[in-house]
Ligand binder design. Structure first.
Ligand code: PLP
Ligand code: COI
Length: 339
């Protein structure tokens, strides 16, 4: 892997040494298998293909200055996957099975964990799909749980720098009592048109308002929204957004920095009062927002006056990364070291 330009790898798929798989049959999970095959062989009538019985996770492993590899918040990701399972009626994956597979897939691909200096990381993608051949709309009887990894750089091309976002009113990603709170494939299909439109119009990301009233900030593409106002950290409370593990971690860091953390509805107009704003997620990490345009309403909210990330998001980003890379102690028990 010595010939890799680790600092410029971007966010995409790369072939690695292999993946790990586990099959659910007759009401039980089988043994974990290691595979070098990048393809999966499934029946054309599998429930994942037609009826969207598909959930995934996203977490990262980081190589520290000390050479050790640390996986961030493995248990929280395992728990969220179980929520997604409940949401679309798939069998649970225990934290033990999740941990066994993360450990195996990272160990098997240890050469693909980017070096400390690169600022890149290893993205771990667990995927759970219904595989039974069925034509009736019913939960599958059989499932495949596969985990692959790929080394990644920043999700937004510029890395930790400000980006402009856009509010679209003509589409919704998720309904208030729908599947937005689960990490299921259908949500991403529902957002693809808006996301491509945003990119084609020169924005880094689209922002969704709440689907019912079109009044409150909901989700930022595949990331949660954060607003900073004075000493307050404000983030949406909504039944249609994914409970971001990055956001949960940042809220804890903000509280421990003495900030007031507010999880509540954020009316769109409040955007004009934020000192800083950003999107956060495993892929996005913390991505500061420069300006937000509501094109359909004809309003622009300039968040970053100087075109630079603000001090609070910079401090939160720096602390989070320092814990992930093992530069500072992890008092929260968020990190699992892969020996
Ligand atoms: N919201 C959506 C829709 C996402 O896909 C993600 C990415 O996982 C997030 C938010 C951020 O969640 P996390 O911080 O757990 O990666
Ligand atoms: C993640 O941050 O893991 C995400 O879900 C983003 C991904 C859809 C690219």
């Amino acid at each position: 892997m010595d010939n890799m330009d680790w600092s410029n790898i971007g966010f995409g798929y790369r072939k690695t040494n292999g993946n790990v798989r586990c099959y659910y049959k007759d009401g039980a999970w089988g043994e974990v298998e290691v595979s070098t095959d990048e393809y999966i062989n499934i029946h054309m009538a599998a429930t994942c293909l037609h009826y969207g019985q598909s959930a995934f996770e996203g977490l990262k492993a980081f190589r520290g200055k000390d050479g050790k590899v640390r996986v961030f918040r493995l248990e929280a990701n395992a728990e969220r996957l179980r929520n997604s399972c409940d949401g679309i009626l798939m069998p649970h994956i225990s934290t033990e099975l999740f941990r066994e597979m993360v450990t195996k897939v990272v160990e098997h691909n240890i050469d693909f964990v980017p070096p400390y200096e690169s600022g890149a990381s290893l993205y771990i993608r667990p995927l759970l799909i219904g595989t039974s051949a069925q034509v009736g709309v019913n939960p599958s009887k059989e499932y495949l749980f596969v985990m692959f990894v790929t080394p990644v750089g920043p999700y937004f091309k510029k890395g930790f720098a400000v980006n402009d976002f856009v509010i679209y009113r003509h589409c919704d990603r998720a309904a208030p009592l729908g599947t937005g709170r689960y990490k299921v494939g259908g949500n991403y299909a529902a957002g693809m048109k808006a996301s491509c439109q945003a990119h084609s119009e020169g924005y880094a990301c689209e922002i969704y308002l709440d689907a019912k009233e079109k009044k409150y900030i909901d989700e930022c593409g595949a990331a949660n929204f954060i607003g900073i106002k004075g000493n307050s950290y404000v983030t949406p409370k909504s039944t249609s957004i994914l409970p971001s593990i990055t956001n949960n971690s940042l809220m804890r860091l903000a509280a421990d920095m003495g900030m007031t953390v507010e999880q509540r509805q954020i009316p769109e107009e409040e955007l004009s009062t934020f000192d800083e704003a950003g999107a956060c997620g495993t892929a996005a990490v913390v991505s500061p927002i420069g300006r937000i345009d509501d094109v359909e309403k004809g309003v622009s909210y300039v968040i970053s006056k100087d075109g630079k990330p603000g001090p609070v998001l910079t401090e939160l980003y720096t602390k989070l990364r320092a814990i992930q890379y093992g530069d500072i102690a992890d008092p929260y028990g968020w990190v699992t070291v892969i020996e």
